[in-house]
Design a protein. Structure first.
Length: 284
């Protein structure tokens, strides 16, 4: 398993054969709490239950403090749930499923070049091959970073560093990708490009994706389903199947132009506001 201090992918230790072959992830009756310095138990989740299908993109939205990042740590195996199960489904050929976790920060290693950082995830599993290097160079070129392959991270802007981090995440051919606000620091054009890349990853490889984001538009544009988390302990307050009528293939841009887009946006926004108003009234 890789270190939790950087965003390279790793094998999930919490897996079980009970997960259906059509599911890449099943969260079953998950409960977890934190202990305060005074010894009090603060519940985060109480019997949370959901699944992610093969090739499905699911976004999780919620107010700050809803436990979204904690959920990712539980799914990835960085935290052990106090009760319940996290089951990671196998590949179509029966091989072990693989989770890749991309954090908000790029956490590139400053002493390695851009290319060396890009293939770092592969190194955690096996020896890097010539075809891995070529594939990494092709992906970096797609993001306009081919001329920086031999540079070090200090020479890159924040957006460029995050594109290297995404390259590192995708190069390991994961079955499930966890994205924790990965595009929030990027300019709008780059953000749309990377949203398209994630959607294309699903189309080409059947990779499943869970995205944590505060950007409602991003959640709707990219996802087959949006889960709204709220409350304490957190529960699923809404679960939206996103079906958009687009002109031509669904992309980050065409999705935002779909006639149904604003209705989905209003439903999620109102759900977030309703949660906020409820707690404001309770604390008054």
């Amino acid at each position: 398993m890789s270190s939790p201090n950087f965003s390279s992918p790793h094998r999930a230790e919490v897996s079980a054969p009970a997960a259906k072959r059509s599911e890449r992830l099943r969260v079953c009756e998950l409960s977890h709490a934190f202990q305060t310095a005074h010894g009090d138990s603060v519940p985060i989740f109480d019997r949370l239950d959901f699944s992610v299908g093969s090739g499905e993109i699911v976004s999780i939205v919620g107010r700050s403090g809803a436990g979204k990042s904690t959920l990712f740590n539980l799914i990835s195996g960085l935290l052990t749930p106090q009760s319940g199960r996290v089951e990671v489904g196998r590949r179509a050929d029966g091989g072990e499923g693989r989770i890749a976790y991309m954090l908000q920060k790029d956490l590139l290693l400053p002493w390695r070049t851009v290319l060396e950082n890009a293939v770092l995830g592969i190194e955690l599993y096996r020896k890097v091959r010539r075809e891995d290097i070529e594939r990494a160079r092709q992906m970096l070129a797609r993001y306009g970073l081919d001329s920086f392959a031999d540079a070090h991270p200090h020479a890159l802007s924040g957006g460029m560093r995050q594109r290297v981090a995404l390259t590192r995440t995708l190069l390991v051919d994961p079955t499930l990708v966890l994205l924790d606000e990965p595009f929030s620091a990027l300019d709008y054009e780059t953000r749309l490009t990377l949203e398209d890349d994630v959607m294309e990853l699903r189309k080409q490889n059947g990779t499943s994706v869970i995205l944590v984001t505060h950007d409602i538009e991003e959640a709707i544009a990219m996802s087959d389903r949006v889960i709204l988390l709220g409350g304490r302990p957190a529960c699923i307050e809404d679960n939206l199947d996103v079906r958009l009528s687009t002109s031509g293939p669904r992309t980050a841009v065409s999705a935002r132009e779909a006639p149904e887009f604003r209705a989905y946006h209003s439903r999620i926004w109102n759900g977030l506001r309703g949660h906020s108003i409820q707690h404001a009234g309770a604390s008054a």
